[in-house]
Design a protein around this ligand. Structure first.
Ligand SMILES: N[C@@H](CCC(=O)N[C@@H](CS)C(=O)NCC(=O)O)C(=O)O
Length: 213
């Protein structure tokens, strides 16, 4: 039985969608951000960074949403949500997952919380936010071009955990001047994935109903 530490629509969403897709047994443990629960002494024993999510799998405790995704697909190869290890397709799966978590997700974090870099300096905040939005927008354009030529999913006709990850990020990116859905091939992928019953169950369990992204 897995335990997923979560707060609605936070970085737990991708692992959560995956747990539902796999049909794994799991329980949710709310980390209440309203009272800064992620910084509590008890939660820092789980994730010393004081960030959400974390996954407990028996004695194993993992943080970083992409690492949790990789652990889950490795342990549930029957789900078919990642290509077999050692294949060209698996290499591409790694490429897109790392691109999403390391490039797009990081810019979206800065876009959402520029003050973490700038403090209260309003001018610096606006400038940092603008720069992050521009970089995130460029990354989304790269994804749209890829999906145009290779879609409808990141790996062609085969849905994978990477597609779930984009749904999570697309929800966060909705406030952008040019939101993800303004790109036709990204929009198509989001429609396909957001209509999956497992995806809807995961968000519903976090108290979120359509539209998901
Ligand atoms: N790279 C990390 C990011 C985790 C993260 O920053 N989570 C946010 C919620 S989406 C969080 O815990 N924010 C609260 C805080 O930083 O205090 C991951 O993907 O797991």
């Amino acid at each position: 039985m897995y335990t997923l530490y979560y707060y609605p629509a936070n970085a737990n969403a991708a692992p959560h969608m995956l747990l539902q897709e796999i049909g794994a047994e799991y329980q949710l443990a709310l980390v209440d951000r309203k009272v800064n629960g992620q910084k509590s002494k008890a939660y820092r024993q789980i994730n010393p960074n004081g960030r959400i999510p974390a996954l407990q799998d028996g004695k194993l405790v993992l943080f970083e949403s992409a690492a949790i995704v990789l652990h889950l697909v490795d342990h549930h190869p029957e789900s078919g949500l990642a290509p077999p290890a050692g294949t060209v397709e698996r290499a591409k799966f790694y490429q897109w997952l790392i691109f999403l978590t390391n490039s797009l997700q990081e810019e979206l974090m800065i876009f959402q919380y520029p003050d973490r870099l700038t403090g209260d300096n309003a001018k610096a905040m606006a400038s940092v936010m603008h720069g992050a939005e521009k970089r995130a927008s460029n990354f989304l354009d790269v994804i749209d071009d890829h999906l145009r030529d290779n879609g409808p999913y990141f790996l062609g006709d085969q849905v994978s955990a990477v597609d779930l990850y984009l749904v999570m990020l697309a929800r966060w990116a909705q406030p952008m001047t040019k939101p993800p859905r303004a790109r036709p091939h990204v929009a198509k992928l989001l429609d396909l994935v957001a209509s999956r019953p497992a995806v809807q169950r995961a968000y519903a369990a976090e108290g979120i109903t359509a539209p998901i992204c």
